[in-house]
Design a protein around this ligand. Structure first.
Ligand code: HSE
Length: 311
């Protein structure tokens, strides 16, 4: 029996970045998931252990997001001679809008690829991670898995064919506030209207183009002005307690921008300084607490590396 093993970390992500539904995302330094993978001589993939999920994730290798992606990778590589056993440590809340399923899938694929001597590039691993998203929420969007896998700020230029562009990474701090309410991605996708008015599309594509331009010019005032969403946020914000007041508080306390992280309920705000981010998000947290809503907060710079080997 081979005993080769690896421990990895994969970062959480903020998908959509307000105006770029399903096409924009960035990774953060924390939170994220840790995963230990061992090569076994026995073909197939097993989930040895999951901690931090309160028993909510399936241990069935065909249904669990991480193992299902890794099984698909092994099949693609024609590796029927070996298998993997996986121990996953969830270090972020599930169903929070922080790309929890994406971070787990990316950790699994990155670990497997490393153990096999990196037969695929990170970009080539992306479709396998998207399969995990389809399994987790019924839709294989790439705006969490791409930044988690590649690090930084990414644009999904198109899905068919899949084309991903790495954008300049802003030198900003991201504050995340996760209110303890349940907003499953599957449900949050179903409430969005499938048709968009042309006048709204004009506003939205102006904002997206402006945001990309702001990243290239490092113009963070422009970035803040462009992070507005007239299509998805007006609907989804109804699922997030005190959304409008949280936004007012963030913007009044130094945030360049504020919005829903992925499908929520986590909200995020961007700042020029870490101290401002810490101060502003703790004001938001206290406000929620005054409405009897518990929350978690995380502050970090934008992650530039994607997954890393821990040992
Ligand atoms: N773009 C996806 C959505 C991200 O908003 O549904 C989910 O985290």
């Amino acid at each position: 029996m081979s005993s080769k093993s690896i421990k990895v970390f994969a970062p959480a992500t903020v998908a959509n970045v307000v105006c770029g539904f399903d096409i924009l995302g960035f990774a953060v330094n924390q939170p994220g998931d840790e995963l230990v993978m061992k090569i076994t001589d026995k073909p197939g993939v097993i989930i040895d252990n999951i901690i931090g999920d309160e028993g909510k994730l399936t241990r069935d290798p065909l249904k669990n997001t991480v193992s299902a992606c890794v099984i698909s990778l092994l099949k693609h590589l024609g590796r029927t001679d070996i298998g993997f056993s996986i121990s996953l440590e969830k270090k972020m809340p599930l169903g929070s809008g922080l790309g929890s399923s994406a971070a787990s899938a990316v950790a699994g694929l990155f670990a497997a690829n490393e153990l096999l001597g990196n037969p695929l590039t990170r970009m080539q691993l992306l479709p396998f991670a998207m399969e995990g998203e389809a399994l987790a929420c019924g839709h294989g969007h790439a705006d969490n898995v791409a930044p988690s896998l590649l690090g930084g700020f990414t644009l999904i230029k198109s899905y068919e064919p899949l084309e991903v562009i790495a954008l300049p990474v802003p030198d900003l701090y991201c504050a995340l506030l996760y209110p303890h309410v349940d907003v499953p991605t599957r449900d949050a996708r179903q409430i969005i209207r499938s048709k968009v008015l042309l006048k709204d599309a004009v506003i939205q594509w102006g904002n997206i183009a402006g945001l990309i331009s702001a990243l290239y010019q490092h113009d963070y005032d422009l970035l803040g002005r462009c992070m507005k969403d007239v299509i998805v946020e007006p609907i989804r914000s109804m699922l997030i307690p005190e959304f409008d007041t949280l936004k007012e508080l963030a913007l009044a306390n130094g945030a360049l921008s504020f919005g829903i992280s992925g499908s929520g309920p986590t909200v995020f705000s961007l700042f020029r300084s870490g101290a401002d981010a810490e101060k502003s998000v703790s004001i938001q947290q206290k406000f929620l607490l005054s409405h009897q809503i518990q929350s978690n907060i995380y502050v970090s710079e934008i992650n530039k590396t994607g997954p890393v080997v821990l040992g």
